[in-house]
Design a protein around this ligand. Structure first.
Ligand code: HEC
Length: 177
C-alpha cells in the first residue's frame, strides 16, 4: 500500500511549492555563473572590441563554467548552457533536455521549467533570449573579421542568423532531490 502511494506521488510530480523551491535553488546556483559570463562579455566588447571578445568567449566561457562547476560539485549540482543551434559542440544538450529545446523553440514554452529527470535528480531549465549585444556574434550581419575568427575556432558553427528576441538556447541545472 505504501509503495502504491509512493509511486502515485512520484507519478504526479512535485507539488507547486516544491517546484517553486527547486526553481529558487536552481536560480541561486545559476545566477553567479550568468552574471560573470555577461559581465566578462560586456566588458570585453566595450573595452577591447568584438574580435577580442570572441577570443575571450572562446577561451573564457568554458573556463568560467569549469570554475563554477568545481564549486558546485561537492553538492552534486551541475549547470551549463545548451542550444538547438550550437557553436561549441561541447555544449550539446543532455538527453532529458532535448524535448524541451524543441518545445521552447516552437513557442510552446516560454518560462523556466522544473523537470523530474529520475527518482534522484531534478532538472531546471531557463530560456536564453537574443539581445542587441548578441547580434555582433550570433546575428545576421556579422563583421567579416569576426566571422573569420569564429569560423576558425568553430568550423561547425550553427549559432548565427538570430534576431533580437529569438530563442537562443537554455541554461540548465541538475541537482539532487
Ligand atoms: C564576442 C562574440 C560573442 C557575443 C557578443 C556573444 N556570444 Fe554567445 N558565444 C560566442 C562564442 C565564441 C561561443 C562559444 C563559447 C564556448 O566555447 O563555450 C558562444 C556560445 C554561446 C552559447 C552556448 C551554446 C553554444 O552554441 O555553444 C550561448 C547560449 C550563447 N553563446 C548565447 C549568447 C547570448 C544570449 C549573447 C548575448 C547576450 C551572446 N551569446 C553574445 C560568442 C559570442
Amino acid at each position: 500500500m505504501i509503495w502504491f502511494l509512493v509511486s502515485v506521488l512520484f507519478a504526479q510530480g512535485p507539488t507547486l511549492t516544491e517546484e517553486q523551491a527547486y526553481s529558487k535553488k536552481a536560480e541561486s546556483y545559476l545566477n553567479p555563473f550568468k552574471k560573470e559570463l555577461m559581465m566578462v562579455l560586456k566588458k570585453t566588447v566595450e573595452t577591447k572590441g568584438t574580435i577580442a571578445a570572441v577570443n575571450t568567449c572562446h577561451l573564457q566561457a568554458p573556463k568560467i563554467l569549469e570554475k563554477h562547476l568545481e564549486h558546485l560539485k561537492k553538492n552534486q549540482i551541475e549547470i551549463g548552457r545548451t542550444s538547438d543551434k550550437l557553436r561549441n559542440h561541447e555544449n550539446a544538450p543532455r538527453p532529458w533536455v532535448v524535448k524541451y529545446l524543441s518545445e521552447f523553440k516552437e513557442g510552446q514554452r516560454k518560462g523556466p521549467v522544473v523537470v523530474e529527470i529520475n527518482e534522484n535528480r531534478i532538472g531546471y531549465l531557463a530560456p536564453i533570449g537574443i539581445q542587441p549585444l548578441c547580434l555582433k556574434c550570433h546575428g545576421e550581419k556579422i563583421d567579416r573579421k569576426v566571422q573569420k575568427i569564429i569560423a576558425e575556432n568553430y568550423p561547425k558553427d550553427q549559432a548565427i542568423n538570430y534576431k533580437i528576441g529569438d530563442f537562443r538556447g537554455l541554461f540548465w541545472v541538475e541537482m539532487n532531490r
